[in-house]
Design a protein around this ligand. Sequence first.
Ligand code: ZN
Length: 128
Amino acid sequence: METDTIQGYHIHIYYPEAAGPELARAFRDALAARFEVELGMWRETAGGPHPSAMFQVTFAAPRFAEIVPWLMLNRGGLDVLVHPETGDDVADHGDFALWLGRVLPIDFEAIRAFMALRRQREGHGAAD
Ligand code: ZN
């Protein structure tokens, strides 16, 4: 498999709901101030495939070598998932995933259900 299938990367910054989002938000803001990234969704509770509250950040593939080392040194004890976007969401969050900190239990059934729904929608759209 060639790495040019990677369209970009996601960073998921997980934080314990009980602790509140402050630490994770400060980490995300520091990241955004320093690098060319796009701030994505913020989930205040566990949901979908994600086992806890989290912030999502995306970045372009050429930025990997500058951003990931900074994440390693500055995550402040937070659990961070970095994954490529290859079009296969299950592999992206599983076999292809890079974890900084603990490996949290991703709900792959939720991802499969989401992918099936998307395929159905795309199939329907193509037939229209
Ligand atoms: Zn993601």
